[in-house]
Design a protein around this ligand. Structure first.
Ligand SMILES: [Zn+2]
Length: 303
């Protein structure tokens, strides 16, 4: 490994993105392609994108960091679990597979872990000792940064989307009442369809309608914000993290989520008396690739 640029790869459900990132966090070049079906094809695409991004930046990368969807064993680099939309992904060894395709050292973690590393290294929670990350996307992901290091547990630490206690709706995992049933993009769409009697309206359109005065649209987004607030209180009670960073696609509706989220924190402040600062993610779509690239750096103190 070297002090030069590293590559970060974000393998998501619909697209895969690779970026070449300078030691200071600057994205020098990036390349994106649809995520194909099957583990080997996904790694072929990831390796090709790293090569393309490095060629367009005109640099050689020293190592690759991967933020992969699903539950990943950071020790072996193997995907242990993933949602049904990732056919042929479970059992794939991302580390050895990408290393054999590129000849480069590879570090693998979960995509939400990478998002939080990006925000903790160069984004909204830069320099803080401890923080939780919450990604409100198609589902709800979470990650923990404790005492200056990523905390993974056995690989799935911080998976707050499947925390119980949030009503009775069926979750994507098959159980009921998880945070994800109120706070994911998909659940906002489902709840709007139920309450407004209008199906097929996407989360982005629901945001537009809420801003235009649609009270049902505003309500489902406020419910999502309130649910995230409850999850933040659990994280604060359990870990005493002083900072939480919220990102993901639904995080774009920050102005519609934040009032209910903050009201929840005001209504039931942590017994510690310690304040909790909730931040909007700063790095946008770059957070995962930039964080993955940071994980691949030799000086990364938390590896
Ligand atoms: Zn669940």
């Amino acid at each position: 490994m070297t002090d030069g640029p590293t590559a970060g790869v974000d393998i998501g459900g619909t697209k895969t993105r690779a970026a070449v990132v300078a030691p200071g966090g600057e994205v020098l070049a990036s390349a994106t392609a649809p995520t194909p079906s099957g583990g080997a094809a996904m790694l072929d695409v990831a390796a090709g994108l790293v090569e393309r991004a490095a060629a367009s930046a005109g640099v050689r990368v020293a190592a690759i960091g991967v933020g992969a969807a699903g539950v990943v064993d950071p020790g072996t680099g193997e995907v242990l679990a993933a949602s049904d939309s990732f056919a042929g992904w479970v059992g794939t060894n991302v580390r050895t597979g990408l290393r054999s395709r590129t000849g480069l050292p590879v570090v693998v973690t979960n995509d939400v872990d990478s998002f939080l590393v990006g925000e903790a290294t160069w984004g909204a929670v830069r320099g803080v000792g401890s923080a939780a990350g919450i990604a409100l996307g198609t589902g709800v992901g979470g990650a923990l940064w404790l005492d200056g290091a990523l905390y993974r547990g056995a690989g799935a630490a911080g998976e707050i989307g499947h925390m119980p206690g949030f009503g009775d709706a069926r979750c994507t995992c098959g159980q009921r009442g998880h945070l994800e049933t109120l706070a994911s993009g998909r659940s906002v769409e489902r709840r709007y369809a139920e309450l407004a009697g209008a199906g097929g309206v996407g989360a982005a359109e629901i945001e537009v309608r809420a801003r235009a005065g649609d009270t049902t649209a505003a309500r489902v987004l406020a419910d999502a914000g309130r649910a995230v607030g409850s999850a933040v209180l659990v994280l604060a009670a359990l870990l005493d993290v002083g900072h939480v960073v919220v990102g993901g696609g639904l995080g774009r509706a920050w102005d519609l989520l934040e009032p209910a989220l903050l009201a929840r924190l005001r209504d039931e402040p942590p017994v510690s008396g310690h304040p909790i600062e909730v931040h909007r993610a700063l790095l946008g779509a770059d957070a995962t690739v930039v964080g993955a690239a940071a994980l691949a750096r030799p000086a990364t103190p938390w590896l």
